[in-house]
Design a protein around this ligand. Structure first.
Ligand code: CAA
Length: 416
């Protein structure tokens, strides 16, 4: 059977960053609460002229530049933080990237999970028409109310993935474990720009979904844990991935690594690598917990914060960019979206994947973010666009695309 999966992948984020040490100082909180308790060092925060569209276009543009738009007849845009109740955010990306008109473009929603539904749908489309390629984009701005427990887990980011036959990065395997349950752990009513969350319930709902999805994967004939070399999780905060790993170890009886980096993660270069990261070595013969890439897959997210639909795939970028021993290895991916859906699926890494490393570019983009003072951050967080007036946004972002404002109640985008 022709392998189908991820042929190319790119991660983009916002112009601003909030450093959790500054946040801790302003709130009189021990910084260790964030670095160790949540496993987060920073969070990305959009400038007034950025949103899910500008980040999505920034992520997808290098992919289109590298391989053109030929054969791309579908764009699936996954987001929790869409910008319109009716029109798909992907339409603006289509325009910004000058994509062909012979395309179908839709938006997909189920909290942080929907990018995985989009990815599976893309695999289905390419299975039927192997000459086609599908652009899957996950883009989100994670926002909680000021002074709530969720606030330090905010973030912003987009991951664009090109799904094709004979992919150069990841071959997605056909068996998937699924779990859905109607639960009010996290949701966002239509009139609210911030999520409502029952934090404690959301953590148990996530772990229950992991149990359900893993159990279903096994029932569907999926691989045993011993046959999975690395595991990636949705990362609302990286400590959640550690909790999930401990949970999976309990479910499977396997001795798995549970260490995440005790930040901060120095920016590092592709040559030296970030301090505190050990290379994954599941076949090293060493005793002790098996290294399944928990530390390497959480490096980018520690700095991005939660990027909802993009979070699992930012973890994938981090793993691909930092683990030199992935060729031919099987990765397990657990996707979770509150509300809730969990899916556990697996994929094989294609030899040669390391030639596609975006580590320098991603690290540069993270380093280039402009820090916000706490006062500036709080003011920006509180800013709401007037709902019925024309408005122009200030030129702030250094990214390639910007949200220029609203005219006649329609959102206007442009190249920066
Ligand atoms: N030094 C080190 N650790 C410290 C510390 C210190 N000084 N102070 C506290 N901690 C530790 C605590 O012991 C705790 O550790 P454990 O989780 O291992 O017990 C951790 O820091 C968190 O502290 P709290 O228990 O006090 O919890 P909190 O008030 O910070 O809230 C949260 C945590 C509920 C997850 C909150 O951040 C939240 O509501 N987040 C948004 C919801 C969320 O992300 N849920 C995750 C599952 S849902 C999902 O995945 C979908 C999605 O993307 C939203």
């Amino acid at each position: 059977m022709t392998p189908i999966g991820i042929d190319d992948i790119e991660l983009a984020t916002s112009h601003h960053v909030v450093r959790l040490d500054d946040f801790a100082a302003a709130n009189g909180t021990d910084p260790a609460k964030f670095r160790l308790g949540l496993g987060q060092d920073e969070f990305s925060f959009p400038a007034p002229d950025e949103d899910v569209v500008t980040m999505a276009a920034a992520a997808a543009a290098p992919i289109i530049e590298r391989s053109g738009a030929e054969g791309i007849r579908t764009m699936l845009f996954a987001t929790e933080s869409g910008i319109d109740q009716s029109k798909a955010a992907g339409m603006a990306v289509h325009s910004l990237l000058d994509l062909p008109s012979q395309m179908r473009i839709v938006e997909v929603k189920e909290a942080c999970y929907s990018a995985t539904a989009a990815l599976q749908a893309a695999v289905g489309i390419v299975t039927r028409s192997p000459g086609q390629r599908v652009l899957v984009i996950a883009s989100d701005v994670a926002r909680y109310e000021l002074d709530t427990p969720g606030e330090p887990t905010q973030g912003a980011g987009a991951v664009a993935m090109l799904v094709s036959a004979d992919p150069e990065l990841l071959e997605i395997e056909p068996v998937s474990g699924l779990n859905s349950a109607d639960v009010d752990d996290f949701w966002r009513p239509n009139d609210s720009s911030t999520a409502i969350v029952d934090g404690a319930l959301s953590v148990t709902a996530y772990l229950d979904a992991l149990t359900g999805a893993w159990t279903d994967l096994s029932a569907q004939g999926g691989p045993a844990m011993a046959e999975i070399d690395r595991v990636l999780y949705h990362q609302p905060f990286t400590k959640m991935a550690k909790k999930a790993q401990v949970h999976l170890a309990g479910l499977t009886g396997e001795d798995l690594d549970t260490d995440i980096v005790a930040g901060p993660v120095p920016s590092g270069s592709a040559e030296t690598g970030p301090a505190g990261v050990v290379s994954s070595a599941s076949d090293s013969g060493s005793t002790g917990p098996r290294d399944t890439g928990l530390a390497t897959s959480t490096l980018y997210n520690r700095r991005l914060g939660n990027s909802y639909t993009a979070s699992l795939y930012a973890g994938l970028c981090s793993l691909l960019d930092h683990d030199e021993d992935l060729a031919g290895r099987r990765i397990g991916l657990f996707s979770y979206g509150s509300g809730s859906v969990g899916e556990f699926f697996t994929a094989r890494v294609v030899p040669g994947y390391e030639q596609h490393s975006s580590r320098q570019a991603v690290t540069a983009a993270l380093d280039a973010r402009v820090p916000l003072s706490m006062d500036a951050y709080r003011a920006l967080h509180a800013t709401e666009l007037p709902s019925a007036e024309d408005v122009s946004t200030p030129k702030v972002t250094a990214g390639p695309f910007r949200f220029a404002g609203v005219k006649g109640r329609a959102r206007i985008y442009e190249r920066s």
